[in-house]
Ligand binder design. Structure first.
Ligand SMILES: C[S@@+](CC[C@H](N)C(=O)[O-])C[C@H]1O[C@@H](n2cnc3c(N)ncnc32)[C@H](O)[C@@H]1O
Length: 427
């Protein structure tokens, strides 16, 4: 009788970042070989997926070719693991012509379902949520652990075209490929996942991600760098000694200045000022998420005024908390990558045509305009909220005239902080 052939995905219970993809003629024997001497009871190998196949060597090689970037450089069968990638491995095997039938493996039911927040396409209006609500929620939640949703990264990156990534080294310097401190990948970064998944499509040269120890390295795990290239992945642990994985660690700064072409991440909101300073000083290209109010915040206004940063295309209102629950926070994409202007030109009109409820002169006789209305025929400085700046008014012949925040007073009452802009003289 012809011997049956199988392909399997196996993982050690405590090894959260790696799995093995291999072939065998005997599934039982295969597993017992892995769990031979020296493997402790609580760290046994378990099958995550098993299937009968035809021409197992051909299929194994196809897996290798298709997922080379996720294969550990120095080892044969070891692949980078997280639950999304596991699904990719399974889907690939099942769609291959050599696939015969999946063999249910006991442990499969025990695999912890990682809760993935499914995109809720409802608009803010449909949710009866105002921007003020978002601000208030975010102010209450002084928390850096806001994780970016995969779909927000997909949506923004799609606006720039694939060619900007070609042969580039992408550095995600606040992004753990997988949360190494817990079993359930809650903190694993969607930026990493996005670039791993699209590595070939974007023709990336390299992806480098950092595992940050959190400042206090209780378990001595050390900071780590994860490097993905077309030839495989490498995890570099605690190298050099005491590497914290922080974006401002000397090694991270070295990677930033010597290797990175494009930095792409959502850095911690609380460290945004330091993060921006370091990033902009590096002179590297970037696409990052930051608070939408940066456009009217003194620490950031100078960068926008000098044209060192501009905004991307989309706002980001929803993030995931460490429990994968959606949370609101007012985010926006910031970049120095070329992008097309997208200001609604219909909102740039003569002062008299701006609706009365969207313009006023404050106690100082300074014009204040709202809802993205912009006077086309007004030579003096006027005050705007963050929105016109986020929407790209600075690329349409207007300039910020002060690095300070401007607070209008109306009948002696202080209003929200704004930014003073003016139509450029030469335009
Ligand atoms: C706003 S969260 C975003 C995480 C991830 N970039 C994403 O978009 O889902 C910021 C992350 O930066 C991490 N972090 C905080 N301080 C850091 C530092 N100094 N260096 C690198 N990462 C840091 C936090 O632990 C947190 O996971």
């Amino acid at each position: 009788m012809e011997e049956k052939e199988y392909i399997y995905i196996v993982k050690q219970q405590n090894e959260i970042r790696r799995c093995k993809i291999g072939i065998t003629n005997n599934l039982e024997r295969g597993l017992s070989q892995y769990n031979g001497t020296g493997i402790s009871k609580d760290n046994q190998f378990v099958y995550l997926f098993t299937a009968e196949v035809k021409d197992s060597h051909k299929l194994e090689n196809a897996v290798k070719d298709n997922f080379r970037r996720l294969r550990e450089v120095k080892t044969a069968e070891i692949y980078f693991y997280n639950s999304d990638l596991f699904q990719e491995y399974v889907d690939f095997i099942k769609s291959h012509s050599g696939f015969v039938i999946e063999i249910p493996c006991e442990v499969k039911d025990n695999i912890k379902e990682v809760l993935v927040y499914k995109s809720d396409k409802k608009s803010l209006m449909e949710r009866s949520v105002s921007r003020k609500d978002i601000m208030q929620t975010a102010q209450k939640t002084q928390n850096d652990e806001f994780y970016t949703r995969y779909e927000d990264i997909e949506k923004e990156t799609a606006c720039y075209g694939k060619s900007i990534w070609k042969k580039k080294v992408v550095f995600c310097n606040c992004d753990d490929p997988i949360d190494s401190d817990s079993e359930d990948e809650r903190k694993s970064s969607a930026f990493t996942l996005f670039f791993i998944k699209n590595f070939n499509k974007l023709k990336l040269k390299k992806l480098i991600c950092l595992h940050y120890t959190g400042g206090i390295d209780l378990f001595g795990a050390g900071g780590r760098t994860y490097i993905f290239t077309k030839d495989g992945f490498e995890e570099k642990k605690d190298c050099p000694k005491n590497f914290s994985g922080s974006f401002d660690d000397p090694l991270s700064i070295k990677i930033l200045s010597e290797e990175a072409d494009i930095v792409c991440t959502n850095p911690p909101f609380s460290k945004a000022a330091d993060y921006w300073r370091l990033l902009i000083e590096s002179g590297k290209k970037f696409l990052i998420i930051s608070n939408f109010s940066n456009a009217v915040t003194p620490a950031f206004i100078p960068y926008l005024r000098q044209g060192l940063v501009w905004t991307g295309y989309n706002r980001v209102d929803w993030f995931l908390d460490p429990k994968r629950q959606p949370v609101m926070a007012p985010g926006f994409w910031y970049t120095n990558l070329p992008r097309k202007n997208r200001y609604n030109a219909k909102k740039i009109v003569n002062l008299k045509d701006i609706p009365e409820n969207c313009k006023y002169f404050d106690d100082n006789e300074t014009l204040c305009v709202d809802r993205c209305w912009i006077p086309a025929n007004y030579g003096k400085p006027f005050a705007v909220s963050a929105y016109p700046i986020l929407k790209g008014i600075l690329e349409l012949g207007y300039e910020i005239i002060s690095d300070k925040q401007y607070f209008p007073y109306k009948n002696g009452k202080r209003k929200f902080g704004r930014c003073l802009i003016r139509k450029k003289k030469s335009v």
